[in-house]
Write a new protein. Sequence first.
Length: 356
Amino acid sequence: MKILVIQQKMIGDVLTSTIICESLKEKYPASEVVYLVNTSTIPVLKENPSFDRIIEFKKENRDSKFAFIKFLIKIRNEKFDLVVDAYGKLESNLISLFSNGKEKVSFYKKYTHWIYTKTIPRVANPITNASTAIENRLRLVYSESELVQNIKRPKIYLTTDEKEAAKRLLVIHKISSNEPLFMISVLGSEDIKTLPFSYMATLLDEIVKTTNGSIVFNYIPSQKEAARSIYNLTQPETQRKIHFDVFGKSLREFMAIVSQCTALIGNEGGAVNIAKALNKPTFTIFSPWIIKKDWNMFEDGKIHDSIHLIDVKPELYGSTSPKKMKKESLELYKEFTPDLIIEKLNLYLTQFSNQK
């Protein structure tokens, strides 16, 4: 049996959707599972045994109709028996359609359901602490009665060499192994997923004050100036604990550094999903427009915890879904002041005070 799993979104979605591949491997152990993903997300998948190979969806396939048609022909020639489309947008709709797969499964949408032999409705509320992001993906493989006993956590696989290189980097920068080390997701993927800079700086001051821990930032080269702006807003004693120049020059290096940290704290996004997949504790600050129950994976209030504006100021939402407030996100962020976050954050940090 030859199976294609499609997920063309960003890192967090691609990582989370590896549980589909893993589940299919368990259900059909003699099958070949192939994972179709965007080029930029491939590093998060290396060494993962949940699939047999990757099909790379390149930027040129998105930018050129001719290249996309060639890609569709390539997929058809693969002769897949089963196609699982976890993306469900126009590109993957067309890939599924042209695959000529005997079985094609995706989430139900009234205008594309005819493409697939089976469609699964997304369930709005989770039945475990895995989150709807996990549960709905697993519904593409399992029946409702099988779901709970087959809950899975996404995993990242690092080599020994990668982890040892990260350890050496921390030693070179004189980061003590005798105190907590926090990776801070200081910036989201866009402004509407980023806590205001001054608010984040106040939280950094609180983290250092509470734990006396060291801090490294999660940022990419194009975000360096923005990250520096947050650093400049912190107190001098906080700045002495921030190792600004310790960052991953690649996604694999970043993941290896996270594997050596005590916890990851900050804006919700791919970095949080990476930390969880590395079995590292997380404290997540959700954007005001993200639906928390969709992405607060395996939250238990201790190892993994989070906070959302709706938790502390529900009156700002009334009966409106956070997702419908996306256009008001920047204004809502102004309401998400540090004092509303610090009490819960400090309670979370007590488990790490003066230890690693």
